[in-house]
Structure formats: C-alpha cells, structure tokens
Design a protein. Structure first.
Length: 225
C-alpha cells in the first residue's frame, strides 16, 4: 500500500506566517504552533465533506483545504479527557494504513490499550467464536475510510468511536472527531504522541507540565529503503 502524498506535508510560502498570526490570538496550544506546522497536521486534501467543513481554516489557491490548528488542538484535549474515563484494556485502537502502525502501537504501549494494525479481520468485534475476538468498550480509528470494517463493527455493537478525520472523510457512526492530516507520517506521529501525553495527564500519570520520555519522532513509522 502506497502512502506517498507529497501535498500532505507541504506548507506554501507565506502560509506559515498567516496561520501563526491568526492562531496566536489568545490561544494557548498544547505544543508550539511551529511543531504543528512542521508536522503538517493541518494540511488537508482537495476534497472537503460537509461535516468536516467546520474544521477548515481556509482553502489555498491550489484548492487544498487547510485545517484550523486551534480546533485540532482543542479536539485532542476533548478526546483525551473522554478516553481517560475508560478502562485502558477495553480501548481498541485501529490503523490499517502503514503510517499509522507505529503511532498506534506506541500509543497503546503507554496507555495500555489494544492495538490493531495492518489488516483488520472481519468479525474481530462481532464474532465471539473467533480466536481474535475482542470486546472493546470504545474504539479509536486512524482513518474512517481505511478502517471502515472496524468502524462498521463498532456501530453494530453500539460502542462510541473516536476518529482522526481528514477533510475528505465521511463521519457517519463517529462520536468524536479529531480533525487532522491522517495520511502523513509525521502528522500521525505527532497527533498520537499528543493524545498519549494528554491521556496520561488526564489520568494523573503525568503532571500537567510533564512530557513523555520519548519525542514525537519515536512514534513515526520508519520507511524501509
């Protein structure tokens, strides 16, 4: 599966200054704005679904939708608070996309939840006769399109779903959206790193000003050459 999409991490000249000036207006972010920008977390696609339009900051001249970093940051906080209320072992986290494999595994290592990377086998949440059967209380998905089987099964068993969603994603059966570039390697690493840190802060495992012992780069899926 190819994950190459150069536009997913491209910041046009002048865009950095524009977003910086707008975002600094009375907003305290979880990390410096420059870190969000460098990872390309705000870079969307050339398509925007109706529901995702509320998270868009602007549309570039080339037609690429740009997500609002303030809303990304805010939703990470909300999602972390929500997830912190659940028993870690009953949280399922899924990523079929290659670039989400390492971020998901790292998140689950720190948080104590169950990772599902690579292929998601049908019946994992719905067929108790399977050896791989798992009964989650809540689901986190990395891409509503790529992780559609897990999303479908979560809807069938009636559990809440938290999803990273890009501008082109549909949002049916999703309870909480984290708007983000969910295709870029660095973006996924940073989002899951922040979510990990924030969940642990909400639980009291980390103090409000403490960091994880590893940087966001440790959450990046390595590219084999």
């Amino acid at each position: 599966m190819s994950e190459k999409n150069p536009e997913q991490n491209t910041v046009k000249p002048g865009e950095r200054r524009e977003v910086t000036e707008e975002t600094k207006k009375g907003i305290e972010l979880l990390i410096p704005l420059e870190d969000y920008l460098a990872a390309g977390t705000h870079i969307g696609t050339h398509i925007c679904t109706k529901y995702m339009s509320q998270f868009v900051y602007r549309v570039r001249n080339d037609g690429l939708y740009i997500l609002d970093i303030r809303k990304i940051d805010r939703r990470i906080r909300v999602a972390a608070k929500f997830l912190s209320r659940y028993e870690p072992s009953k949280i399922a986290v899924v990523s079929v996309r290659q670039y989400g494999h390492q971020p998901v595994r790292k998140f689950c290592t720190y948080v104590g939840c169950k990772p599902f990377t690579e292929r998601f086998l049908p019946g994992t949440f719905t067929n108790p006769s399977l050896k791989i059967y798992f009964e989650p209380d809540i689901l986190v998905i990395t891409d509503p399109r790529a992780d559609s089987q897990a999303l479908k099964e979560a809807a069938e068993i009636g559990i809440p779903v938290v999803a990273l969603a890009d501008t082109d994603n549909r949002t049916e059966y999703i309870d909480l959206i984290i708007p983000a570039n969910n295709k870029g390697r660095k973006s996924l690493a940073l989002i899951y790193w922040l979510l990990t840190r924030q969940v642990l802060r909400e639980r009291g495992v980390l103090s409000p000003d403490s960091d994880l012992p590893e940087p966001p780069s440790a959450f990046e899926t390595r590219i084999e050459r």
